[in-house]
Design a protein around this ligand. Structure first.
Ligand code: FAD
Ligand code: DLZ
Ligand code: SF4
Length: 533
């Protein structure tokens, strides 16, 4: 008899001695919500919740140290909450001697401790883990129920139905469907205020003398201190500063972060959404993505808090619409898109980009101040806001043809909110245009002029954004044109690139030659592969 045959007989004998059906309910580190589908019908007497800290999840990419602290500390706090609620929790710590280091190994061991009739899980956030889940029924010889993730407003089935038969999957149309579905900011069938989207009002630069609310910082308690020690002991070679650790690790504190955002940041969120400033890395951004992504906050309550601020006239329509669009538009769209395109989405490489990731993505040692600032805040806080991710590091990766797989691994590694369902489409599709336009209608390519307009980085940079070529010219300037030249075959027929190509073709041959030459010289200076934390 096989070992799985033995375990089935043991389990059947053990089950035979009990009257009730019992279920093992697995909660993953990004499913820390009391209302998660896995728990909806829990029988607190008969069932057990399993939570496992496993090395495989900490190292499948070498996450930023603060992300490890956030997830593991939030898991421990959540397990305590469940126990207080009378739930029987089996919690396996990372440093337990018998820990096998993987989900599959730990479920197998748990089934030996608690023979059960069924394993219940909620669908995960990554294809990799979904495949694991699908193997458990056979490998562990137990019926497995995989439930829809009820934290999202749009189920995967509904997204697939929305996408069915459409020539292009643009976020804006999906967003309108979501507005109609939720009824949020709707006046019957019309958008409140007459417009669906107030983005055109949301591109202001920061006025002089403006003050910023700053982020809300949370004290580290004993649980978080223990986890910080654990991460220092086992993962101190991972990228990023472990402190100052200021993220919330409980639902209560995450709700405080939400309140802070609504009262202090939301009114200005829209206006300055695209702005960047040296030394001010949070501006009016929400800093709520990690909490929504790991389950401490529900996207519905986040949007409802913003809508309430609009009702109470504490925040203007353009800001509230802009914020709600990010959450029920972009966030839900990105997730539906990921599952629609997987597996294999990450394998496309439309622009044939293959340059290795430069070492300064890890060290921040570059003379380009915008990149230096963005990478430094990434290292220090495991956070950079959307425009830094898209228009600084993302834009640079696009213009210099960095290999998508390397760039994607970097983004998955360095941000506290990074899970593949949200990181991959944003990086592969939005930032790198590696999917050839499935997600974005054109590449987000920009020269130094854009960065200069939206930030104060250039005033403290060795390069000049006004200079197009020659000594001291901003590299984004010539790299932008070089990108258009080198990717002409792939991009010229894109209707949204028409103006850019017309401008390029107005340039003289001598100028084009000089652009190509200076770009090649610059690209030769990019060394990669020596540093890999
Ligand atoms: P805010 O700017 O205050 O926005 C409010 C909320 O809107 C966010 O909390 C987030 O939940 C949602 N949101 C806004 N834009 C997006 C978007 N494009 N996709 C999904 N949700 C969005 N977001 C992640 O959560 N995880 C990632 O791994 C991630 N990787 C990214 C990689 C690249 C290259 C780019 C360009 C964007 C990435 N984003 C990712 C999207 C976005 O940058 C972050 O959601 C945002 O910066 C989080 O900070 P915040 O909470 O202060 O957001
Ligand atoms: C990110 C992460 C880390 C670092 N560690 C764990 C862990 O030890 N146990 C766990 O259940 N989940 C962890 N996670 C979150 C998982 O990686 C996440 O659930 C999957 O990537 C699916 O989204
Ligand atoms: Fe960045 Fe160019 Fe401005 Fe320097 S001059 S900060 S490299 S955009």
């Amino acid at each position: 008899m096989t070992s799985s045959g033995h375990s089935r007989v043991n389990r059947e004998q053990a089950i035979g001695n009990r009257n009730h059906m019992s279920k093992l309910r697995l909660i993953l580190g990004d499913q820390l919500s009391m209302s998660i589908a896995t728990l909806s019908d829990i029988d607190k007497q008969a069932d057990r919740v399993l939570m496992v800290e496993v090395n495989e999840e900490a190292t499948y990419v070498r996450h930023h140290q603060q992300k490890l602290v956030l997830v593991l500390s939030a898991m421990r706090h959540f397990a305590d909450e469940l126990k207080k609620d009378g739930v029987q929790v089996d919690y396996v710590r990372m440093d337990s001697d018998t820990n096998t280091g993987s989900f599959s190994g730990e479920i197998k061991r748990a089934l030996q401790r608690h023979p059960c009739d069924q394993l219940v899980v909620t669908e995960p956030g990554e294809w990799r883990v979904r495949e694991m889940m699908q193997s458990w029924q056979k490998d562990l010889d137990i019926p497995v129920e995989i439930r829809d993730d009820n934290r999202f407003l749009c189920s995967l089935a509904d997204f697939a139905q929305w996408a069915e038969g459409r020539k292009s999957l643009r976020m804006e149309y999906f967003y309108r469907t979501m507005r109609r579905k939720t009824g949020w900011l709707m006046d019957g069938d019309k958008p409140v205020g007459g417009q669906w989207n107030y983005d055109s009002q949301n591109r202001k630069s920061l006025p002089r003398g403006m003050t910023y609310p700053g982020r809300l910082r949370f004290e580290t308690d004993g649980i978080t201190r223990d986890v910080i020690q654990l991460v220092k002991t086992h993962f101190d070679d991972h990228f990023g500063d472990i402190g100052p650790f200021a993220w919330a690790t409980t639902r209560e504190d995450a709700q405080r972060a939400l309140d802070h955002f609504i009262s202090e940041c939301l009114p200005d969120f829209g206006d300055y959404q695209d702005a960047m400033k040296s030394g001010e890395n949070f501006l009016f951004h929400a800093l709520l993505s990690p909490y929504m992504n790991i389950g401490l906050l529900d996207p519905r309550e986040v949007c409802e808090a913003a809508l309430q601020a609009f009702e109470d006239e504490r925040a203007p329509l353009a800001a509230v619409e802009g914020f709600v669009r990010q959450v029920i538009g972009w966030r839900e769209y990105i997730r539906g898109f990921y599952w629609l395109q997987m597996p294999g989405y990450e394998r496309s490489n439309f622009l044939a980009a293959k340059r290795p990731l430069p070492d300064f993505f890890w060290t921040a040692e570059t003379d380009m101040n915008c990149l230096r600032q963005t990478i430094k805040t990434t290292r220090r806080h495991a956070y950079a806001h959307h425009i830094q991710r898209l228009m600084i590091t993302g834009n640079f990766a696009l213009l210099t043809s960095l290999a998508p797989t390397e760039v994607e691994e970097w983004y998955l590694q360095v941000y506290v909110d990074a899970f593949e369902w949200v990181e991959l489409p944003n990086t592969h599709g939005m930032a790198l245009f590696a999917d050839g336009g499935l997600l974005a209608s054109k590449p987000y390519a920009a020269s130094g002029a854009y960065i200069n307009r939206m930030s104060d980085y250039c005033s403290d940079c060795r390069f000049s954004p006004g200079k197009k070529l020659g000594e001291g010219a901003c590299p984004f300037n010539y790299l932008y044109w070089n990108f258009l030249i080198s990717k002409e075959k792939q991009l010229r027929s894109n209707p949204r690139m028409g103006l850019a190509y017309r401008n390029l073709f107005n340039k003289s041959k001598a100028e084009i030659d000089a652009i190509v030459q200076q770009s090649e010289q610059f690209l030769e200076t990019l060394s990669g592969g020596d540093v890999k934390p």
